[in-house]
Design a protein. Structure first.
Lengths: 334, 71
């Protein structure tokens, strides 16, 4: 008998929740392929370690960008392998709930559900990430009060106002923590003349990246390839430089939060001043981001206790109460 | 004579269909309310507590504890 699954198919990480069990898989959304034969060489963590370090015949790719499937076939293979790892076979076909960005198109929606069905799901339904995040972050969305959740993922940032189990206002931008990494890569290339990989850019972000000045800031030594000589080179990067490099991305995220606040009905707006907004998603862990949003919106911002798992836990709750909550699926609302 | 019988049959069929439609509408309203109530109850903190407690598998399943990078 198949156990039903909830999947947070993120641009950066894929998490799987199994009904009655909890989170059973948390892996980077990466797949490594043999370029010549098309054979899958690794997925998840193992494939992530290969990014930027592969010989010519191997390619390690992220098949999702901006929360959307950029390569349907590779995504399908990745989902199939991930499902196999949690025990799904052609004889045990579970029902699957998949979290997706709220702004995906009808074509992208169909691509995700088709990929899941072909990968072994008996039935695949979608739920919006901010809604799942609000459920997983334990916000009182069953009450007639304004709950605001900001979900900053690898490829998308979504802000939603939720009350009585439904989305009241929503704002989404296809900008996320990968865009922060890309901005750092571009800055280092432009200002220091060295090329760095996406993993190095991510390490810089984690080490010294911030959206607002923070206490105890340190500089970082960055190693890359000199664009002029082609030789390895080390440069020193300051937190101010990183803030400057990522400013456009951060501003874009903050602006989308402000737009969502302005869409909220006044009765719910007053709730935010008392209850605050909740930040979830890996991108929300950027130092100073909560403070920056709070400063610009004048609304308290709180970090969820489970920022990385909130979305899959919310979808997991839906799969645990499938019959009662199936009205929350995308396209199921009256 | 035949036309009268056919007419009566048509009228009866129409009346039955109207009655069925009215009954369906009356039944759907309480169903909608019950479905909304079930949804709200399933989103209550009490209902969600169990899911939160399952954040990690209890019996050491195939969970891979790695971060990689952000979601």
């Amino acid at each position: 008998m198949a156990r039903d699954l909830a999947i947070d198919l993120g641009t950066a990480n894929t998490l799987v929740y199994m009904k009655g069990r909890g989170i059973v898989l948390n892996e980077p959304s990466v797949i490594a392929l043999n370029r010549q034969t098309g054979e899958v060489l690794a997925t998840g963590r193992e494939a992530w370690q290969m990014i930027g370090r592969t010989p010519g015949y191997i390619v390690a790719v992220r098949p999702l960008r901006g929360g959307a499937i950029t390569d349907f076939e590779i995504t399908e293979r990745m989902i199939r392998l991930l499902l196999q790892r949690v025990g799904v076979s052609r004889f045990t076909r579970p029902k699957v709930v998949i979290c997706v960005p709220s702004a995906i198109t009808e074509v992208e929606r169909r691509a995700v559900t088709d990929a899941a069905r072909r990968a072994g799901a008996a039935d695949a339904n979608l739920i919006e990430q901010p809604m799942a995040a609000a459920i997983g972050a334990d916000l009182p969305i069953d009450e007639p009060v304004g709950n605001m959740v900001i979900d900053i993922g690898g490829g998308t940032s979504e802000t939603a106002v939720i009350s009585l189990g439904g989305i009241v206002a929503l704002e989404a931008v296809r900008v996320g923590s990968f865009d922060i990494d890309a901005a750092i890569q571009n800055y280092v290339r432009r200002e220091h003349g060295i090329a760095i990989g996406e993993r190095t850019a991510e390490e810089i972000k984690v080490a010294i990246g911030s959206a607002d000045p923070t206490p105890d800031e340190n500089q970082a030594e960055v190693r890359g390839r000199d664009l002029m000589t082609g030789l390895p080179k080390t440069v020193i990067l300051t937190p101010e430089e990183v803030r400057y490099a990522i400013e456009d991305v951060v501003s874009s995220i903050v602006a989308s939060v402000i737009r969502c606040l302005s869409k909220a009905p006044p009765e719910l707006s007053q709730d935010f001043l008392v209850r605050g907004m909740y930040l979830v998603g890996g991108g929300g862990l950027l130092r100073g981001l909560a403070e920056r949003i709070e400063r610009e919106t004048e609304v308290p911002v709180k970090m969820s206790n489970v920022p990385l798992e909130a979305v899959v836990l919310g979808a997991g709750h839906v799969i645990e109460h499938y019959e009662a909550l199936k009205g929350m699926f995308m396209g199921a609302r009256r | 004579m035949t036309a009268v019988v056919v007419g009566i049959v048509v009228v009866v069929v129409v009346l039955v269909l109207l009655a069925a439609a009215a009954a369906g509408r009356n039944r759907r309203q309480p169903d909608d309310i019950a479905s909304f109530r079930r949804q709200i109850d399933a989103l209550s903190p009490e209902a969600r507590r169990q899911t939160s407690e399952r954040m990690k598998p209890s019996d050491g399943g195939p969970m891979d504890d790695d971060g990689g990078n952000d979601t």
